[in-house]
Design a protein around this ligand. Sequence first.
Ligand SMILES: NC(=O)c1ccc[n+]([C@@H]2O[C@H](COP(=O)([O-])OP(=O)(O)OC[C@H]3O[C@@H](n4cnc5c(N)ncnc54)[C@H](O)[C@@H]3O)[C@@H](O)[C@H]2O)c1
Ligand SMILES: CCCCC[C@H](O)CC\C=C/C=C/C=C/[C@@H](O)[C@@H](O)CCCC(=O)O
Length: 263
Amino acid sequence: MDLNGKVALVTGSAQGLGRAFVEILLKNGAKVSLLDVNVPKGEELKAVFDQTYGPEQTIFIPCDVTSEVQLKDAFHKTKEKFGKLDIVCNNAGIANEQDWEKTITVNLNGVIRGTYLAMEIMKQQKEGGVIVNTASVAGLEPLTLMPVYTATKHGIIGFTRAMATASTICKSGVRLNALCPAFVQTNLLDSVIDDDQLAGVVKTMTIDIMKRIGPLNVSEVAEAFLQLVTDESKNGAIMKIEKQGGANYVQFQFNTELKTAPK
Ligand SMILES: NC(=O)c1ccc[n+]([C@@H]2O[C@H](COP(=O)([O-])OP(=O)(O)OC[C@H]3O[C@@H](n4cnc5c(N)ncnc54)[C@H](O)[C@@H]3O)[C@@H](O)[C@H]2O)c1
Ligand SMILES: CCCCC[C@H](O)CC\C=C/C=C/C=C/[C@@H](O)[C@@H](O)CCCC(=O)O
């Protein structure tokens, strides 16, 4: 898929991975709608991108992905502004085991609702579209320090795979894939390391593992994201990204995916 002239929407895009995904889309000629609950950071970032790419290439929409009204409104505003929607990345996520219900609402409900809204718009377009959901290696292997975060990321992978198969069967023209990075150097990672509520041997173990394998930087993950967006042969693919092993597609024991991308 050539990204020139394509329209994308990225949730949780004011910093970290979301910001890097926006930037790689812009560099490749797409127009991007930036959604984030952090309004000052989102506005500041839009101003930075305006300098490099021009004000017409992006729009910033304040949006909490846990709000059905705000998320719907943001999708519709994006379509109104740019005339179509080709690429959606449901990326917003938090790692808060104390407020575990909020973690489920942001990480899982936000991704599910974002996927449904994207499907609704894209399946009406002749060219279809692509949805990339940000999961984590914690969606493939348990992260003992963060059981609820682990559950949400397993949920994203199961949901994305099921929807991808359904999309092929229904010939909706929409591809759905998920991205599973290992530890990445962002504020989310720092917030877990600095969280005094998380203590003890499991935290020490996790930090040791993190130090041993080393954190990815956001641009390494953005390159893998670009591959998932542009490779039109992949639907239902789950991509794991590690510092040492790089980006690889996950092979599941019970593979229910239909082999072809939706037509
Ligand atoms: N950093 C890592 O180690 C790592 C590894 C694998 C996966 N991930 C996943 O990548 C995604 C991005 O994480 P990050 O590391 O860039 O974190 P980050 O904290 O740097 O950025 C997250 C962004 O999401 C926004 N956000 C949070 N709640 C929101 C809400 N309710 N509505 C809209 N926006 C919201 C924040 O304001 C922020 O801009 C998350 O889904 C995270 O689980 C992160
Ligand atoms: C703690 C930081 C929170 C950031 C969460 C990110 O999504 C990154 C998650 C990345 C990797 C997860 C790896 C899980 C690995 C386990 O299967 C195992 O190798 C680790 C064993 C230790 C344990 O039981 O937790």
